[in-house]
Every structure is written in C-alpha cells, then in structure tokens.
Design a binder for this molecule. Structure first.
Ligand code: SF4
Ligand code: SF4
Length: 173
C-alpha cells in the first residue's frame, strides 16, 4: 500500500488545474531556457525529487499505468523468470487497439504488496524511463508531465520546484 498520500496529491492537482495549465503554456512558449537547458534543469530537479521521495512508498505508476513492453523487454524478462518467451507472452502480455504490446493487469502482476518490483533488474524500458524526467525534449512533453502531476509525487515535486524557480511573470494589465 502507498505511504504517500495520493488522494491529497490528486486533490492538489485538481485544485491547481487551471494554474498548472497556464504554467504548462508558459513552459512551452515563454520560459527563458533553451530546450537543452530546460532538459538539464528538469533532470537536475528530478534528481533532487528522487532523493526525497522513495518510490517504494508510492507504487502508483505500477498500479495504474499500462506498461508497454518491447520484444527485447519480453525476451529479457522471460529469461530472468526462467520461462519460454511464448509462455510469458501468453500469460502476461496483451495487445492494445493500436497494436502495442503491454503487460496485462492493473496493478502490474509483478508489483509486490511492499511496492517492490519482483522483476526489477529485468523490468521493461518504459518502467525504467518513467516519469520521463531524465529524457530529452521536455518542452515537447509538457502535456504528459502535466497529466502526471496528480499521479506521480516525483513529477509534482519537480513541477512545483520549476514553478518556484521560474515563476510566470505577472500579466500586465
Ligand atoms: S515514479 Fe512516481 S508514480 Fe511511480 S512509484 Fe515513483 S513516485 Fe510513484
Ligand atoms: S514491471 Fe515492475 S516496475 Fe514495471 S510496472 Fe510492473 S512492478 Fe512496476
């Protein structure tokens, strides 16, 4: 079970929805950082957030997200579990309407009651990358970031730090 108060996180995101929407626009259009500098800034803020927030106290992404798996992920995880790839696919993989493979089930079948991942060393690339704060092109992915403000405490922390460090200037009347 999560130790982090996810209900409060969602409520806070709802209450600040309009403000966050405008801040997203500001990041996209006016924040005075180049794309590379914004990527570096967000990655540095994410490092601070990961120091403060323990994913084992949360586990929300493993409970609520559809986890995409590539053929390489499938081979690696099946090997780690000591099962045949075909068996793994039959047992754990489904196909979305757009033809993408993902791990069946919410919560993820590999999530333990202590929020630990039972296939951590072999987990899918999508799990390693989430919440995508160390990926490039942050400016093009602000919608995903905004959508995760109410779902991922790390994203909420980074969003808050960014907004405090680079506040939107007051609108002139
Ligand atoms: S990445 Fe975010 S949503 Fe996932 S467990 Fe960590 S804090 Fe929670
Ligand atoms: S594979 Fe592991 S890290 Fe990925 S969603 Fe499942 S429990 Fe979470």
């Amino acid at each position: 079970m999560p130790k982090i108060d996810l209900i409060a996180l969602r409520r806070d995101a709802r209450e600040h929805a309009s403000q966050n929407k405008y801040y997203r626009q500001y990041i996209k259009e006016a924040l005075p950082l180049s794309n590379d500098d914004l990527d570096a800034e967000v990655a540095a803020l994410a490092d601070l957030a990961f120091e403060k927030i323990d994913c084992l106290d949360c586990g929300n992404c493993c409970r609520r997200k559809e986890i995409a798996v590539t053929a390489k992920d499938i081979r690696r995880i099946a090997r780690g579990l000591g099962v045949k790839t075909e068996y793994f696919v039959r047992r754990y993989v489904a196909e979305s309407k757009t033809g993408e493979a993902y791990i069946k089930g919410e919560p993820c079948p590999f999530l333990g009651s202590d929020n630990a991942c039972s296939i951590y060393a072999d987990r899918p690339q999508a799990c390693r990358a989430f919440p995508y704060l160390h990926e490039r092109k942050v400016r093009a992915r602000t919608l995903t970031m905004l959508e995760n403000v109410g779902e991922c405490p790390i994203v909420a922390d980074v969003w808050g730090r960014l907004a405090r460090k680079y506040p939107e200037p007051p609108k002139s009347s």
